[in-house]
Unconditional design. Structure first.
Length: 318
């Protein structure tokens, strides 16, 4: 039986701590046999504090790591300053056997990064912490738009429920879709979730400012439903196209075209969440013209279709 060891570190998040046991523990073979043995340990075998108002007793200490086929590390409250990183228990990885698969959920990726296990590798974490992680661990190829990253023997997931997505992926990878689908039905969870965490990231429109392009950006936001060629934006700003493009890059960090697409996506997201407009109507309101164009842009930016996004985020009283 494949042994999964879950390492609980002080200030662990209880929900994510239980994900491996619930999802992998639900996997059954053809004869209804268990496919994974899931055990929990702490670095010293003592109870661990949690992010909630209770502690967790564990049955095993660090010696359990020596028996792991797969190690899963749930997230914990961590101090993102350098001192906090230096205090992470990176020494636990020395106890693993060669070939042990290592998985992190959410911000537990910082423990892998601090140990050097992610250097030069693609990885993800909760989108809210991605910028800090990039700053602290620049050798890691962080991708804040995906739900999880499978890089062979090291896998990382985005925040909270993305740990469920990653464990479902592990079931599919190890035993195929039939086993994964059966476990998903038992756990009442989707066997696969469309899109990435990009669809959950809030990207506020830049507020009023006194920068050179501010007035033109405000003017464009009132006209997203119509074509806005670069020449027209430049004309409103009383700049050359070249100057406008340079100022946009300096002030908002992207080209005018990319900025317009971003604002149109944000408008479409709002209308999908809060209105009863059809996909065609929303496409026209947001300046994409057709539903096909809206679908193409949402897939490219968020990884989901307009209908899938609406099913996920539609307000009950909208």
């Amino acid at each position: 039986m494949h042994r999964v060891v879950v390492l609980a570190v002080d200030r662990v998040y209880p929900f994510e701590l239980g994900i491996p046991g619930r999802i992998l523990g639900a996997a059954r073979g053809p004869a209804d046999e268990r496919l994974y043995e899931v055990i929990t340990c702490s670095p010293d075998g003592r109870p661990v504090t949690t992010s909630a108002d209770f502690a967790v007793m564990v049955e095993h200490g660090a010696e359990a790591l020596e028996t792991a086929d797969t190690l899963v590390i749930p997230p914990f409250v961590w101090d993102p300053v350098d001192e906090g990183v230096r205090e992470l228990p990176v020494g636990v990885f020395a106890l693993l056997r060669p070939g042990t698969r290592v998985i992190s959920i959410c911000t537990a990726a910082v423990l892998l990064a601090a140990a050097g296990l992610l250097d030069g590798r693609p990885a993800t974490t909760h989108w809210f912490e991605a910028e800090r992680c990039q700053r602290l661990f620049p050798n890691v190829k962080w991708d804040a738009d995906v739900l999880f990253v499978d890089d062979g023997d090291v896998l990382t997931s985005a925040g909270v429920a993305a740990g469920v997505d990653l464990c479902m992926h592990i079931l599919r990878r190890d035993h195929g879709s039939a086993v994964a689908n059966r476990a998903a039905r038992y756990c009442v969870t989707p066997p696969w979730r469309d899109g990435g965490q990009a669809q959950y990231i809030e990207r506020p429109v830049p507020g009023p400012s006194t920068t050179a392009t501010a007035a033109t950006r405000a003017w464009a936001l009132e006209r997203l439903d119509r074509p806005l060629p670069l020449s027209e934006l430049a004309g409103h700003a009383r700049m050359s196209v070249r100057t406008l493009s340079r100022r946009f890059q300096q002030e908002v960090g992207m080209s005018p075209g990319d900025w317009l697409t971003r604002q149109r996506i944000e408008l479409a997201r709002h209308l999908l969440e809060a209105s009863d407009l059809s996909i065609d109507q929303i496409a026209r309101r947001a300046g994409f013209g057709t539903a096909a164009s809206l679908r193409q842009h949402m897939h490219a930016t968020l990884g989901v279709s307009p209908l899938a996004y609406r099913r996920t985020f539609r307000t009950s009283d909208g």
